[in-house]
Write a protein that binds this ligand. Structure first.
Ligand SMILES: [Zn+2]
Length: 398
């Protein structure tokens, strides 16, 4: 498996591989090498450092740019000179700019020749090679090469009739998931007996109105008091080809002490077990597994699944941060995005978040959740966060 993924993913390295000399300065995270390799199918930029790199990235249009912010790092000559290592004939990158954005963030801007599908991820040290931040740039539209499952996979992720500078042929589709329903009331307020399922539906309906008023398509997993099993919910989102999935809940614990909200994305562990379950149920399957088009080979399927999930989780985290920031304006929130194995978040190819709006087990929060005004604020916060995400997201996968 390890061998295969390296062969497939690093297949381009035979071409113009460039390695820069080691830097000289010792800092928190020191950049030690930059490698740029490209072939006709994609370009890989690999930044090596002596510590694990934390990063954020986003795309900009007019002109197309990919911006990568690397945290806890100082701009050093190794990184500063990376533009000089870019082959002039790289199919996707016109130029690379670097700057010290603030005290501990280095910004890398890739000026692009065309629209691309970026994949940004970290790699653990291996042999002599230290921690790496990898930026892969794939064409959004490529001609299929028969028998190349990776290529066929990326083809399958692009929207129909897509071409550079041509807009998507449909409006973004948001799937809202009011938690619980029907025979499952969810949590119940201690003072007012209000039910989580009703609160969630109310907030989802408000959010739907706001998003539709902004021109987005919105579907609801349920829009009435019906029971839909948790495992069916991500499947419904996939079938609808939703661009993102937002599950709305209210929290409850035994103690009446905890209050405030939180935004959750699928944990890596949850993702691995979801992938394992899907792959185990579809041993050697060709066709589609959980919305992901597969080759006929078990190991290739694994690689494809990992690629999709990495991108989906990165997108989910970005969505979660936007919504979290918006929600923080109206209630106490957990500062960071939370990770959990929630079954409802397990679609491998749909960015998904779960929002715990507040605690029904806490009197103060219960009063908030029972008020029309607070629910409307939450709906605004969700809608605004979703809009911010859709403003920068790369929605080329369907
Ligand atoms: Zn719930």
């Amino acid at each position: 498996m390890a061998k295969l993924s390296r062969r497939v993913l690093l297949g381009a390295s035979a071409g113009g591989l460039l390695v820069m000399a080691l830097g000289s300065r010792a800092a928190g995270n020191r950049f030690v090498a930059v490698r740029i390799a490209s072939d006709r199918s994609y370009t890989r930029v690999s930044v090596e450092a002596d510590g694990k790199l934390r990063y954020k990235y986003f795309m900009l249009e007019n002109p197309y740019r990919l911006v990568v912010d690397v945290e806890d790092a100082d701009l050093n000559p190794v990184l500063g000179n990376m533009a000089g290592k870019l082959p002039a004939n790289d199919p996707y990158i016109a130029n690379i700019r670097t700057a010290q954005k603030d005290g501990n963030t280095v910004r890398i801007v890739f000026d692009l020749k065309r629209r691309v599908l970026p994949k940004v991820f970290g790699l653990q040290p291996e042999g002599d090679v230290k921690h790496r931040l990898v930026v892969d740039l794939y064409p959004v539209a490529v001609a299929a090469k028969p028998g190349d499952p990776i290529r066929a996979f990326w083809d399958s992720r692009k929207p129909a009739a897509d071409a550079p500078a041509v807009k998507r042929d449909r409006r973004p589709l948001v799937m809202l998931d009011p938690g619980h329903g029907g025979k499952d009331p969810g949590a119940i307020g201690r003072n007012t007996r209000i039910r989580e399922k009703d609160i969630a539906l109310h907030i989802a309906r408000e959010t739907k109105k706001l998003l539709e008023a902004s021109g987005y398509q919105v579907l609801m997993i349920r829009n009435s008091d019906i029971f839909i099993p948790v495992p069916e919910r991500p499947v419904l989102a996939q079938k609808a080809k939703a661009d993102l999935f937002v599950s709305i809940h209210a929290d409850s614990v035994e103690s009446s002490e905890p209050r405030g909200g939180g935004v959750y994305v699928l944990s890596q562990k949850g993702a691995s077990s979801a992938a394992a379950a899907l792959l185990a149920a579809n041993e050697n399957a060709a066709g589609s597994i959980g919305g992901v088009n597969m080759g006929g080979n078990k190991d290739v399927n694994q690689v494809l699944m990992n690629m999709v999930q990495t991108q989906t989780i990165n997108d989910s985290k970005r969505l979660a941060r936007f919504v979290l920031n918006q929600m923080s304006k109206h209630n106490k929130m957990k500062n960071e995005v939370q990770y959990a194995g929630f079954g409802v978040l397990r679609a491998p190819d749909v960015p998904a978040i779960l929002i715990e709006t507040a605690f029904l087990s806490n009197p103060q929060d219960e009063a908030l959740l029972n008020s029309e005004a607070f629910r409307r604020k939450v709906a605004h916060a969700i809608a605004n966060g979703v809009k911010q995400y859709l403003g920068v997201a790369v929605l080329a996968r369907r």
